[in-house]
Design a protein around this ligand. Structure first.
Ligand SMILES: [Zn+2]
Length: 395
């Protein structure tokens, strides 16, 4: 039986080495957030070589490759920035070597997550070779700054580039499962304003560190009673930093600030999370603020957003999830596992802000993200390159 799916599998297999080599080339270019220029030029070159209809780089530095010019818009996203190497002693191989050996591509970014873009370049090549003719526009996006501020790149694409896809796939690592959500997160400051006095007479002042300490212990208790969701698990809150100030080391502290890392489960929002903290500081001279992110992209453009990354989940029976399930079964003749990420992705804006139905499917295991000895199986790349093509046919 020579169906389109058989052909897709054959081509993905035929381009196995091509995909692995493309990934190796990307890994060999160091690409920390805001320093992605060189890797973006290489990705653009790869897309052009693969025969995409159009490839361009937007104002924030995202590479946007397009195939087709039809009605339904599908976006396939993978971020091209990586985290740093960490302690080199923890690596058994060169993190920037891109070595291809024993069925794996080795190095920083192999899993998180240049393996996704390397796979979707091959998808583009497969679709062109098959003469893909559905009434669709497919954008293949190599995005930037995700490790620093997840979702920012898609805020730019939707609001400045005016591209609003009907469906999206994130190629972050899912171990070849289909993911349909993850917890959201936000960062807050709680600031406490005390009154200083001479350190020899603390009773005359009001110590901001004591104010912060009382609230800190309440936050520990708050963490125990946060909401639970059957699919996404529990929300959480922790204090990642306390800073304080005082006119002198011989004075009562008049300022303290707590930094909160809040993870949001289903039903928890920015408003609800702020309210919980406001309840803890009631009657105190203190305030809660949600932080902002604002940075300069490698293109020189300064751009930002609030550090609120909404929770998202897509119902399992939604068309976008079921299309993924169908594509997987057509290709591999077995049921995929449908699950969720532990970490956060560009889904926080794609679905969390803009409500674009999306799933995740990507090569590699999330547990190797940001870890030493990061490597991805070439089989995973082959399967992913086939999956994205089959998804386009099945949508
Ligand atoms: Zn990532």
């Amino acid at each position: 039986m020579n169906t389109i799916y058989t052909k897709i599998n054959e081509l993905a297999e035929k381009y196995r080495d091509y995909t692995a080599e493309n990934l190796s080339k990307l890994i060999r270019i160091k690409s920390l957030s805001m320093g992605e220029e060189k890797v973006q030029l290489e990705l653009k070159r790869q897309m052009e070589e693969a025969g995409f209809d159009e490839v361009r780089i937007d104002g924030l530095g995202n590479v946007i490759g397009r195939i087709g010019n039809g009605k339904t818009i599908l976006a396939i996203d993978g971020h091209m920035d990586t985290v740093d190497m960490g302690n080199p002693d923890n690596w058994d191989f060169d993190p920037l070597g891109g070595e291809i050996k024993d069925g794996f591509v080795h190095g920083r970014g192999s899993v998180d997550q240049e393996g996704g873009p390397a796979s979707f370049v091959t998808t583009g090549r497969i679709l062109k070779e098959l003469g893909f003719d559905r009434d669709m526009t497919i954008y293949f996006v190599g995005s930037v700054m995700e490790e620093d501020c997840d979702g920012l790149c898609w805020k730019y694409i939707v609001e400045e580039e005016k591209i609003k896809p009907d469906f999206a796939i994130s190629t972050e690592p899912t171990n070849l499962n289909i993911y349909r959500g993850h917890r959201g997160r936000m960062e807050m400051h709680v600031s406490f304003y005390g009154v200083s006095s001479h350190g020899s007479a603390p009773e005359r002042g009001k110590n901001a560190i004591y104010m912060a300490s009382r609230v800190a212990l309440e936050i520990e208790k708050l963490n125990e009673r946060l909401k639970y969701d059957d699919f996404l698990g529990r929300g959480s809150v922790t204090i990642s930093e306390i800073v304080s100030n005082s006119p002198s080391l011989c004075a009562v502290s008049d300022f303290a600030r707590i930094h909160l890392d809040r993870r949001l489960t289903w039903g928890e929002t920015k408003e609800s999370a702020v309210k919980e903290i406001e309840a803890l500081i009631k009657g105190m001279n203190a305030e809660v603020t949600v932080l902002n992110y604002y940075e300069k992209a490698y293109t020189g453009l300064e751009y930002g957003m609030e550090k609120y990354y909404p929770t998202w989940k897509i119902p399992e029976d939604h068309k976008v999830v079921q299309t993924g399930v169908k594509a997987y079964k057509h290709l591999f003749n077995k049921e995929p596992l449908v699950d969720k990420w532990t970490f956060s992705t560009n889904g926080v804006t794609i679905n969390g802000y803009y409500d674009i139905p999306m799933i995740g499917f990507g090569p590699g295991n999330e547990i190797l993200a940001h870890a030493p000895n990061e490597k991805v199986a070439i089989d995973d790349l082959v399967i992913s390159s086939a999956f994205y093509a089959a998804f386009a046919y099945d949508l």
